[in-house]
Ligand binder design. Structure first.
Ligand code: BES
Ligand code: MN
Ligand code: ZN
Length: 506
């Protein structure tokens, strides 16, 4: 999709479709009012007939508006003006794009970017418009034998800005929005691929291809190399699978030589059946999404490279399947991790922490500025927080605040849970240094407690994306989260526009 910004009034735009907001009780937005004025009251007259109240989710497509060079006008209900906020702005933008998907317009001009969103500037609105539009137009049909592509596709989206001085910030916002949207698309595509296609080997190949395409240094460790490093927790998970495990290392060097990198560690479990502690059949297909942390790391690295951010970023992806087998981990097995610490595997389905702990130990060699792991780690996190925020746990409150801020800015939010020492008791083991599960209570936190024992050498945060990485039900599919959050964090660290590192105002 081609995005651009333009300043100017609607009667001068020649577009396939103008998009304008209407608030509840038929209150015209500024632009809808302008269209109404030049058309001699055509909009108000139509609304008086009762065709659009202005409720959120409503749309009305109009043709042949007098004195308007554009072919159509799409009116979009924005709900009550007093309630109009960031979330509503995103919803309304998505509603408009969805309404236009199936009409003939190939080029549209949106004035929704001129709606007032409290505390947010034009750069924010433009960037969100780009990200939300790309997400609304996303389709995953590469596995259909006959992709349905008989509609005329939207090619060009013009975003209106109020002043000429908004054009430059608007253009930067488009660039950033595109990079985020591309990263999100990459993560969604990988996430949506089934386990028989997206194996650890496939993930590793994609990482190598990404490295080539964007000039990242990429390498893949195979089983023998992992054995030499002593990654026995990771390897124990892979023992139940016929697919060989992989450990992906990607290095983006946009910063100075020797500058400590941000290390992103993504859980790359390409299918999680639970192992011997096997999962029930219902929804087990969704465990193909258990590599969404890995996909998010690839997406964020791609975005950083696309934006040429002046900082160093490393991506680490431990990747395996988790299946039952005669050689698989058994409850009660004890393994020695790369760190030297031993683990009693009480539940083979708590495998994410087993592959991540060795990756966290591997991360020490970078003497990182910060390490963030991203993992679909626990069902308990979904119980605690639902699908709106990712769970955040950290050994450093400043890093946690930075992540929360980046999430707020991009509306890809995270919510911090406590990581108090008292919880560590739950994962004590009589036979090893720790157990890999801590009982029913506070399952998201005890998962993080386990990882914390491998992240003592640096500032570290853990994002549990079990609730946010994909949607279930009718809209089943990967979301690409938290690529927006991660990219924003990197943009903030690179000091390049958008929000600062913290976004405490919201
Ligand atoms: N990949 C799952 C977590 C998960 C489950 C995410 C359901 C989204 C929906 C993870 O490997 C897992 O199985 N975790 C266990 C941990 C438990 C055994 C301590 C879980 O959440 O049940
Ligand atoms: Mn599991
Ligand atoms: Zn898992």
């Amino acid at each position: 999709m081609d995005f651009s910004v333009k300043s100017g009034t609607p009667e001068k735009q020649r577009s396939g479709c103008l998009i304008a907001g209407v608030f509840e009780a038929r209150k015209l937005s500024a632009v809808a009012g302008q269209i109404d004025a030049v058309s001699g009251g055509a909009i108000a007259a139509i609304l008086r007939r009762g065709d659009l109240e202005g409720k959120k989710g409503q749309t009305l497509l109009l043709h042949n508006i007098p004195n308007l060079p554009s072919e159509r006008v799409l009116l979009v209900g924005c709900g009550k003006e007093k309630e109009f906020d960031e979330g509503r702005y995103r919803e309304v933008t998505a509603t408009a794009l969805n309404a236009l998907k199936d009409i003939g317009a190939t080029e549209i001009t949106s004035y929704l970017t001129e709606l007032e969103v409290r505390g947010r500037d034009i750069a924010w609105k433009v960037r969100q418009a780009v990200e939300v539009s790309e997400a609304a137009l996303y389709r995953f049909d590469q596995l259909k034998s006959k992709p349905d592509n008989n509609r005329r596709a939207l090619r060009k989206v013009v975003l209106a800005v109020p002043k000429r001085s908004d054009l430059a910030p608007g253009e930067l916002a488009i660039k950033q929005g595109k990079a985020v949207a591309d990263g999100v698309k990459l993560a969604r595509d990988l996430g949506n691929l089934p386990g028989n296609i997206c194996t650890p080997t496939y993930l590793a190949e994609q990482a190598l291809a990404l490295g080539k395409q964007h000039g990242l240094k990429a390498s893949v460790l195979d089983k023998e190399e992992m054995e030499k490093l002593g990654m026995r927790a990771l390897l124990s998970v892979a023992r139940g699978s016929r697919q060989p495990p992989k450990f992906v290392i990607l290095e983006y060097s946009g910063g100075k030589d020797g500058e400590p990198p941000v290390v992103l560690v993504g859980k790359g479990l390409t299918f999680d059946a639970g192992g011997i502690s096997i999962k029930p059949a219902a929804h087990m297909d969704e465990m193909k999404f258990d590599m969404c942390g890995a996909a998010a790391v690839l997406g964020a690295l791609q975005a950083a490279a696309e934006l040429k951010l002046p900082l160093n970023v490393v991506g680490l992806i431990p990747s395996s399947e988790n299946l039952p087998d005669g050689d698989a981990n058994k409850p009660g097995d004890v393994v020695t991790t790369m760190s030297g610490q031993t683990v009693e595997i009480l539940n083979t389905d708590a495998e994410g922490r087993l592959i991540l702990c060795d990756a966290l130990t591997y991360a020490e060699r970078y003497q990182p500025a910060a390490v963030i792991d991203i993992a679909t780690l626990t069902g308990a996190c979904v119980v605690a927080l639902g699908n709106h925020p990712s769970g955040l746990m950290s050994n450093n409150d400043q890093l946690a605040r930075e992540i929360v801020g980046a999430g707020k800015y991009t509306y890809d939010r995270a919510w911090q849970l406590p990581l108090w020492d008292e919880y560590q008791k739950q994962i004590e083991s009589p036979f090893a240094d720790m157990a890999n599960v801590g009982g029913r209570e506070a399952g998201a936190i005890t998962g993080a407690c386990f990882l914390a024992r491998y992240a003592k050498q640096y500032k570290w945060a853990h994002l549990d994306i079990a609730g946010t990485a994909w949607k279930t039900g009718k809209e089943k599919g990967a979301t690409g989260r938290p690529v927006p959050l991660l990219t924003q964090l990197l943009i903030g660290r690179a000091g390049k526009g958008g929000a600062g590192a913290e976004d405490d105002a919201h």
